[in-house]
Design a protein around this ligand. Structure first.
Ligand SMILES: [Cu+2]
Length: 214
């Protein structure tokens, strides 16, 4: 009997400790998100927008190939863009007074141009003129968005020596994107919009997130 009671007491104690541990973890997670810098939160939203842009270029390429998956991909890109820009996370950043920050303005400019490009991509088809050049322009966006995301991710300072590899490779990708633009001679409105977007991506990440903790 004594032994049974003792076992029961031990099990209860273990259960309580487990609960305490869960509570502690939840508390730490809340603390962590409270301490997370606004720059880190903005960069993560920005990475989502870069990805929406990449999805658009894939959708645009599929439209040029005549694939019926093209419009569906453009729909998904638009939904992600809307989710990132109109979600509670963005609203919170604005509420906290970050609406006029340079990084926020850049993000809104990029999102606006992405939305405009996605709309224009709806008109692409197998019959579109200069399809090869348009695909090269799409690749320029793809490469620049990848470079921009790698740099922003490495600026979070989460992976030590690997951050350096990421930032260097990101810069190489931005250079590659610039080179691709020079290869395409188109001067129509669509190409100009692509060039504007690539230039925005090249100019984006400037401030290491960890130095601006608030
Ligand atoms: Cu905003």
């Amino acid at each position: 009997m004594k032994y049974t009671l003792w076992t029961f007491a031990c099990l209860s104690l273990m259960g309580l400790t487990g609960c305490d541990f869960d509570r502690q973890e939840q508390h730490e997670a809340r603390e962590q998100s409270g301490k997370m810098s606004h720059t880190m939160r903005m960069y993560h939203l920005h990475i989502l927008i870069n990805h929406a842009l990449q999805m658009s270029t894939q959708g645009g390429d599929m439209k040029l190939l005549g694939s019926r998956r093209g419009p569906a991909m453009l729909d998904k890109a638009e939904r992600l863009l809307q989710r990132a820009m109109s979600g509670p996370e963005m609203a919170a950043l604005h509420k906290q007074g970050h609406a006029n920050k340079a990084a926020m303005k850049m993000m809104h400019d990029l999102a606006g141009s992405t939305s405009e490009l996605t709309k224009q991509m709806r008109a692409l088809s197998k019959q579109t003129a200069n399809r090869d050049s348009l695909q090269m322009l799409h690749h320029a966006i793809e490469v620049a968005a990848t470079g921009s995301s790698l740099i922003m991710l490495s600026q979070q300072g989460m992976a030590g020596d690997i951050d350096l590899v990421m930032v260097n490779h990101g810069q190489t990708m931005l250079g590659e994107a610039s080179g691709l633009l020079h290869e395409v001679a188109n001067v129509d409105a669509y190409s100009e919009l692509v060039r504007k977007i690539v230039r925005m991506l090249i100019g984006i990440p400037e401030h290491p997130a960890k130095t601006t903790t608030q």
